[in-house]
Design a protein around this ligand. Structure first.
Ligand SMILES: [Cu+2]
Length: 651
């Protein structure tokens, strides 16, 4: 079989086989019926979020096969006529509303932006006399050729502050239908729109700059140049098919087992990741996802408020791509669909939302022994579970990798368009010029991974491990000694930690109940890629709202209500929610059920080479077994076919 794709997610059972399976179209409709019967779905009601409310962990772990906890859905409902929003839980089994909490915008924040509000904001600014005048001053008299780019408002108080449900709108010129708008920012102007009153409430017109004119339309051969020659086909063949199996949404491969979930806010979610070790299923992670991503911009001018919380404000998972075999994924692929809903709670299918395949990954281990003459090589392979979402200008690929030696890796691939401004880098230390008169401001991409660890059971603890050289002296007379410093993180407040690349700092998640044959706790170690945490000043609004991004590591005691690093309602939230609030109780985290939260991602000072579309940049983290096994767990990997039991050496 050459480069084939199998579609695994077509048939939708009436009752999901697994308690963590995402809500089905039938369930969304049934939930909507319950909400309507309860009088919660008037003409002006919209769904800002609607998905499976996962049952608590203890209920899932205790569930008998085929049985399991009842099915519940969570909906964020908003009345678009009044702005009143509520967090509602529906029980499908009982056919009733279990709870409904009305949000107080001043303290709770607001529900995410609705899909339809992007068009609404464009209509409103184009109809607004003040905005039209500001455009006319820039020579733009045909507003149908100006595209609005509405964004979540942030939280800054003042006249345009928390009292209103707001969007802030930037503008780009689009003369022709296929113009690439990011090349043509109409700069110096922002419109503030009240989404509930449906009107522009303020125009901030700080300066005028010529709209940069050079085309960025890379579909246009005149911009792109001729296509390269000389790239001959690369084909991935797996003549006997792939080595994984998918049973519903349960994926198994080479001892690995996991359940593939999906959520409109977080996108891809993996559950119950475990490894088979000589017939014994050994859990590693109960739940793994990327529940937040903040992109704060470092341009202090009139768009100081730009900081995108892609999950909490925009529901990243809703913008998931339908993947194409041969383009997005190569090899013998299995796809899973995602069923999400629109603003009205009506189910919408994203076909091929999740890609599962395996990849050759070079050498796994190799040795040519000078004494016994053995020369062996084994090939590494990885199981890849991935998904892509396009949130505004950026495209993000989320890749989970599982290796033959027990390593787990998460990689985010970032690509797409830079968010641009109309000035040159000579004007500003905060941006890089990428085309004449066109610049891209510096920004950060700060992801938060939520890793609900279960290393050989729920009783876990975390140690911070630093490496350093020791000064010469007694016990180290020649000064060559190197040692580890191991610090146990015992409570939540003291477990907000930062990377230290100079000490190769890692964090080890260990079982407080199971030991290996050396009598040491079995563990998995988090290897971070050290990069700056949030660089915004502690006095800034984004610092309060993205508190999670001020540390690389947080450890909390498991609480089913604590799921989002910047809090449940991020949009226009004044700050302090999420991790800083979760750890305020300073609960003990030693020998109990704990969750690791890891902040990672680059600070991106754009390069000319990132324009007009950015080559993929990567970031992520690695989890490696550390005394989880008693020796290299990949000795049993057979030699490459055709090399028998013997040598990969020449001849
Ligand atoms: Cu970037």
């Amino acid at each position: 079989m050459t480069d084939t794709a199998v579609h695994a997610g077509t048939a939708e059972p009436a009752h999901p086989a697994h308690p963590l399976d995402p809500a089905t179209a039938g369930e969304y409709l049934a939930g909507r019926q319950v909400l309507a019967s309860a009088g919660l779905l008037g003409e002006t009601a919209r769904f800002a979020y609607y998905a499976l409310e996962e049952p608590p962990k203890d209920e899932v772990l205790a569930a008998a096969p085929g049985g399991g906890p009842g099915r519940r859905l969570r909906a964020f409902l908003i009345d678009v006529a009044t702005g009143e929003s509520a967090d509602v839980i529906v029980s499908l089994d009982e056919g009733r509303v279990v709870s409904r909490r009305v949000l107080d915008p001043a303290s709770d924040g607001r529900v995410p932006m609705l899909g339809t509000e992007f068009e609404l904001a464009e209509e409103l600014v184009r109809a607004d006399p003040g905005w039209r005048e500001a455009m006319a001053r820039r020579g733009l008299t045909d507003v149908t050729k100006v595209r609005a780019c509405p964004q979540a408002a942030g939280s800054f108080g003042g006249a345009a502050g928390g009292g209103r449900r707001l969007a802030r709108v930037l503008a780009f010129r689009q003369e022709r239908e296929h113009d690439y708008v990011w090349a043509h920012p109409v700069d110096g102007i922002a419109a503030y729109v009240d989404l509930t009153e449906r009107k522009v409430i303020e125009i901030v017109d700080e300066f005028q700059r010529p709209v940069p004119g050079e085309s960025g339309d890379y579909d246009d051969p005149a911009v792109r140049g001729p296509l390269r020659e000389g790239l001959r086909p690369v084909e991935i063949t797996q003549p006997e098919g792939p080595s994984f199996t998918l049973d519903g949404r349960v994926l198994r491969w080479q001892g690995w087992s996991m359940h593939i979930g999906f959520d409109p806010r977080e996108g891809l979610v993996l559950h119950q990741i475990s490894l088979d070790d000589a017939g014994r299923a050994r859990p590693v992670i109960y739940r793994a996802s990327i529940p937040e991503l903040v992109v704060p911009y470092g341009d202090p001018r009139f768009r100081y408020w730009q900081a995108f919380f892609d999950c909490g404000e925009y529901l990243l998972g809703k913008w998931t791509n339908s993947l194409q075999h041969g383009c997005d994924c190569l090899g013998d692929i299995a796809y899973l669909d995602a069923t999400l809903t629109d603003d009205f709670g009506a189910p919408q299918l994203i076909r091929n939302a999740v890609c599962v395949h395996e990849e050759d990954f070079g050498v796994l281990w190799k040795h040519s022994d000078m004494f016994n003459g053995s020369a062996q090589t084994r090939r590494q392979r990885r199981l890849v579970v991935s998904s892509w979402a396009t949130v505004g200008n950026y495209d993000y690929g989320f890749y989970w990798y599982f290796y033959l030696d027990g390593t787990i890796e998460h990689e985010v691939k970032m690509t797409g368009a830079l968010f641009t401004a109309a000035y040159t880098s000579g004007d500003s230390p905060h941006a890089a010029e990428v085309a004449p008169g066109l610049a891209a401001p510096v920004h950060q991409h700060l992801f938060s991974a939520r890793l609900d660890m279960t290393v050989d059971g729920v009783a876990n603890a975390v140690e911070e491990v630093d490496l350093h050289g020791l000064p010469a002296g007694p016990g180290n007379p020649y000064g060559n000694a190197i040692a580890q410093t191991v610090t146990r993180l015992r409570s939540e407040a003291g477990a907000a930690r930062r990377c230290d690349a100079a000490r190769a700092r890692t964090w080890r998640v260990l079982s407080t109940e199971k030991v290996n044959r050396y009598g040491r706790p079995v563990s998995y170690t988090l290897y971070p890629d050290a990069a700056p945490v949030l660089l915004a000043d502690p006095s800034s609004s984004v610092h309060a709202r993205a508190g999670f991004a001020t540390h690389h590591l947080w450890v909390t005691r498991y609480d089913p209500a604590q799921r989002y690093p910047a809090g449940d309602f991020v949009n226009q939230h004044p700050g302090g929610a999420g991790l800083p609030a979760y750890v305020a109780a300073d609960r003990g985290i030693d020998g109990t059920d704990i969750v690791l939260w890891h902040t990672f991602g680059p600070t991106h000072f754009p390069r000319p080479e990132d324009w007009p579309v950015m080559p993929v940049a990567r970031c992520g983290f690695t989890l490696k077994p550390t005394g989880f096994f008693d020796r290299n767990p990949a000795l049993g990997v057979p030699p490459p076919p055709g090399h028998g039991d013997g040598h990969c050496a020449a001849g």
